[in-house]
Design a protein around this ligand. Structure first.
Ligand code: UGA
Length: 436
C-alpha cells in the first residue's frame, strides 16, 4: 500500500485515482474546482464513463479514496504525486503547460520529505525535465524528489477496463528508486502478465505521442483509401478487412468515417508537430494527418449536401453527437462540426444522442433535441448517422422510412449494408462503399 495523490480530478485523474485506490492504495485526489469536488463527495461524476461510478463509490466507502480542494494537504499526506491536470491546446496547437507548471510549483513549496512526482497526463517531450527544474528551484532547502513519466493510454468509454487490463505500462524514470516505487504501484498488473516498458522520462513521453499519432495516422490512411474506393467502386470495409488480416497491420483503427475527434488524437497530433518543429525537426506524417482530417469532415459534409440537394429550410435528422460511442464527450466531434455547418447553411436540425445532448445543447442551442432516433426521423428530409452507438445499429428501418419525408440515410460510420438499405427503398450514402 502506498500513499498516493492524483492531482486533477479530470478524466485522466479521476480514472487513475479510482483505479489506484482499487489496487489497495490510499489515494487523495485534489482539484481546484470546488464545485467538482463537492459533487464528487456526493458521488456525482463530472462525466459519463462506464464502470467509474461503481469503483469510486466502493473505494470511497472503504476509505481508500478521498477528494479535496487542497493540494497542500495532498502533498503533505502522500509520497507519490501523480500530475493529471489538463493540457489544453493553445491556438497555435501547442500544449498549454501552465497547469502543470503551477502544480509543480505548489508541490515544491509544500513538500517536506521525499516525493516521487509522476507526470500522467499527456505532455510534450521535455516536460519531465521542466518539472524537475521548477521543483528544484522552488523547493525548500534540498528536500529530495524524483520525477517520472507514466503516460496513460485510456480510451474514453473503456477507461476503467484499459487501466485494469492495459496492453502495456510505460514507466519512464531517471533513478532506480523512482523506477522501483512506480513498478511496485503497478504490481497488481504483473499477475495478469502486463508488459512493462521501463525507460527514461523522455522516451516514455515520446511513446505516448508516437502511439496516439500513429493511431490518428491509421484512421486517416483508411479515410483516404475510402475516398479512393469511391472513385474506383471498391469497398473500404473489405479493403480494411483484407489489410487487417496481415498481423503486421492488424484490424483495429481501420474504420473509415467522418474523421478523428476527441480530446486526444487531434490535439496530440498538432502538439507533436509543434514541439518537433520548435526543436528544428520537420515532420510530414502528422501534418498530413491534420490536413486529411480537416478535409474528411468537408468530404462528409459535401456528401450530406449532395444527399439533400440544398440545406436551406430542410430538416436534417442527426443521430449521434459525441465524437465516438460510450462517451458524452463532444470535443472535436465531427458531428458537432458538421452540424454547425449545416445550421449555418440554413438547415433545421433535429438530433438525438444517448449521452451527449446536455453537452451539445451548450454549443448548439439552435438544434431541436429529441428523445430517441424515431423522433429525430419524424418529418426529416434525411437522417445522418454520425456516431456508431449500439442502439443505432439495429433501428427499425421500415419505421424510419415511414417517418422520414424522403427515405434518405447518410451513414457516416458504415453500420448498415448498402444492398439491404437499397432493397428497403432507401437512398443510402456511406463512406467508401459502392452502392449496388
Ligand atoms: C485515444 C487513444 O485511443 C488512447 O489510447 C489514448 O490513451 C487516448 O486517446 C488519450 O490520449 O488519452 P480516445 O480519444 O478516447 O483515445 O478515442 P479513440 O478510441 O482513439 O478514437 C479517436 C477518434 O478516432 C474517434 O473520433 C473515433 O471515432 C475515430 N476512429 C477510431 C475512427 O474513425 N476509426 C477507427 O477505426 C478508430
Amino acid at each position: 500500500m502506498r500513499k498516493i495523490a492524483v492531482i486533477g480530478a479530470g478524466y485522466v485523474g479521476l480514472v487513475t485515482a479510482a483505479c489506484l485506490a482499487d489496487f489497495g492504495n490510499e489515494v487523495i485526489c485534489p482539484d481546484s474546482d470546488e464545485e467538482r469536488i463537492e459533487a464528487l463527495n456526493r458521488l456525482k461524476m463530472p462525466f459519463y464513463e462506464p464502470g467509474l461510478l461503481e469503483i469510486v463509490r466502493r473505494n470511497c466507502a472503504e476509505k481508500r479514496l478521498r477528494f479535496t480542494t487542497s493540494v497542500e494537504e495532498a502533498v503533505a499526506e502522500s509520497e507519490v504525486l501523480f500530475i493529471a491536470v489538463g493540457t489544453p491546446a493553445t491556438r497555435s496547437g501547442d500544449a498549454d503547460l501552465s497547469g502543470v507548471r503551477a502544480v509543480a510549483r505548489e508541490i515544491a513549496r509544500h513538500m517536506r520529505s521525499y516525493k516521487l512526482i509522476v507526470q500522467k497526463s499527456t505532455v510534450p517531450v521535455g516536460t519531465g525535465a521542466m518539472v524537475r527544474g521548477i521543483v528544484t528551484r522552488y523547493r525548500r532547502g534540498k528536500v529530495p524528489f524524483d520525477v517520472a513519466s507514466n503516460p496513460e493510454f485510456l480510451r474514453e468509454g473503456s477507461a476503467v477496463e484499459n487501466f485494469m487490463r492495459p496492453d502495456r505500462v510505460v514507466i519512464g524514470t531517471w533513478t532506480k528508486k523512482a523506477e522501483s516505487i512506480l513498478s511496485q504501484i503497478y504490481d497488481p498488473l504483473y499477475l495478469i502478465e502486463t508488459p512493462m516498458v521501463k525507460t527514461t522520462v523522455e522516451t516514455a513521453e515520446l511513446i505516448k505521442y508516437a502511439s496516439n499519432v500513429f493511431l490518428a495516422s491509421k484512421v486517416s490512411f483508411i479515410n483516404e483509401m475510402a475516398r479512393l474506393c469511391e472513385v474506383f467502386g471498391a469497398d473500404i470495409q473489405v479493403v480494411a478487412k483484407g489489410m487487417g488480416l496481415d498481423r503486421r497491420i492488424g484490424p483495429k483503427f481501420l474504420h473509415a468515417g467522418p474523421g478523428i475527434g476527441g480530446a486526444c488524437l487531434p490535439k496530440d497530433t498538432a502538439a507533436l508537430l509543434r514541439f518537433a518543429e520548435k526543436a528544428g525537426c520537420r515532420l510530414r506524417v502528422p501534418r498530413a494527418v491534420l490536413e486529411i482530417n480537416r478535409s474528411q469532415r468537408d468530404f462528409v459534409f459535401k456528401k450530406i449536401e449532395r444527399a439533400v440537394g440544398t440545406f436551406k429550410g430542410k430538416t436534417i435528422g442527426v443521430l449521434g453527437l459525441s465524437f465516438k460511442p460510450e462517451t458524452d464527450d463532444i470535443r472535436e466531434s465531427p458531428a458537432i462540426h458538421i452540424t454547425k455547418r449545416m445550421l449555418s447553411k440554413g438547415a433545421i436540425v433535429k438530433a438525438f444522442d444517448p449521452a451527449a445532448m446536455a453537452a451539445a445543447r451548450r454549443v448548439l442551442p439552435a438544434v431541436q433535441y429529441c428523445s430517441n432516433a424515431y423522433d429525430v426521423c419524424e418529418g426529416s428530409t434525411a437522417v445522418v448517422i454520425f456516431t456508431e452507438w449500439n442502439e443505432f445499429r439495429r433501428l427499425d428501418l421500415l419505421r424510419i422510412k415511414g417517418l422520414l419525408k424522403k427515405p434518405v440515410m447518410v451513414d457516416c460510420r458504415n453500420i448498415y449494408e448498402p444492398a439491404e438499405l437499397k432493397a428497403l427503398g432507401f437512398k443510402y450514402y456511406c463512406v467508401g462503399r459502392a452502392i449496388p
